[in-house]
Design a protein around this ligand. Sequence first.
Ligand SMILES: [Mn+2]
Length: 426
Amino acid sequence: MKIQQEKISDFNKKELENHKDNFDFLASNLTKNGHNLDTILSKLSEFQVAIPSWALGAGGTRFGRFGFYGEPSNLEEKIDDVGILHSLTQTAGAVSLHIPWDIPSDYAAIKQKADALNIKFDAVNSNTFQDQLGAKESYKYGSLSNVSKAVREQAIQHNLDVIKIGDKLGSKALTVWLADGSCFPGQNNFQTAFQNTQDSLIDIYKGLPEDWKMLVEYKPYEPNFYSTVIQDWGASLMLANGCGEKAYTLVDLGHHLPNSNIEQIVSILQLKGKLGGFHFNDSKYGDDDLTVGSIKPYALFLIFNELVYGMQNNPQNPDLAWMIDASHNVKDPLEDLIQSLEAIQEAYAKALLIDQDALREAQLNNDVVKCQEILQGAYRTDVRPLLEKARINAGAVINPINAYRALGVREQLIKERGKNTVATGL
Ligand SMILES: [Mn+2]
């Protein structure tokens, strides 16, 4: 299914008047306060977030999985779904593949399909947290950190294969997330596991093409509940530094212990030029993978404040790989992703409204109240008309959820794919 441009224009006609009233009111206030709307709008249009292939179907829990009708059952259909998201929002111009779930059977055809929908291939993700059918070695006790050299070699080879697949599609980064760790005290020697991981990552790093990055993702616990080899940003940064300048730390919002100051982590990583990628989601308790901005929107805004500061002040840090890493158990996955994309744009837009000069001055004067007023003044602004305007400028719809429903996208997908399709993934 492909959404035709004329349907988007028709849909926008119905909502244009309402949008214009709201936008004019906001625009005149912002302009009065010295903001350059064109700059903000073009930054919003440029900000593209990758959709991971595994988020297009229903996710599961440890207790069960409830499918969602009309899910994509192969890579072609997954790219079609990202195409739908991108035509409605014009902010989802990339897909992040997971190998072995998404190995193309025809590379040229897949590339052609993605090109036609204006979708790029973002970082590719390896998988050494599951055993694959017919694999000689098992990852039950770890992959890159395993005490067995044969297991480590199999896991290294898998990552090298993933790089080759990504390279054929035009990806420029490999994301490594390891489930490696231990469930009980004494099970692992921490130092051996860490050193094995470092050595394995160096072997993978040697296989990176010149213009590629390696992104090392961390997570404190789960599936191992006593220790994880790459448990925090410090471990990730040490491993990245041990590999070389093309290796970076990747921050996933859900991969922190409760109440961690994530904005401070991303800030310092950018100062050191070592923040490579970012995974968006939200959580109440742990790695809940809920819709972005659904639980802690102010925390997301504070993180964006630091990201915006870093993008403006840290040329030593490369452009980031942005991705949504969420899972959908009760919502239509595409509606959920539209809500996440909106929340990301909203937090970004609010962070762009922060008067950085005034904030710096208030900080220099130790005017704590003023600092808070500046941040919260930006946060309390309803920026939704700005996002609508950015979407109109980019040829997307004013209100993506309304359009998705009015156009009967899910009904059409069910008609095309049937009710019982199951997306590969978790
Ligand atoms: Mn992640």
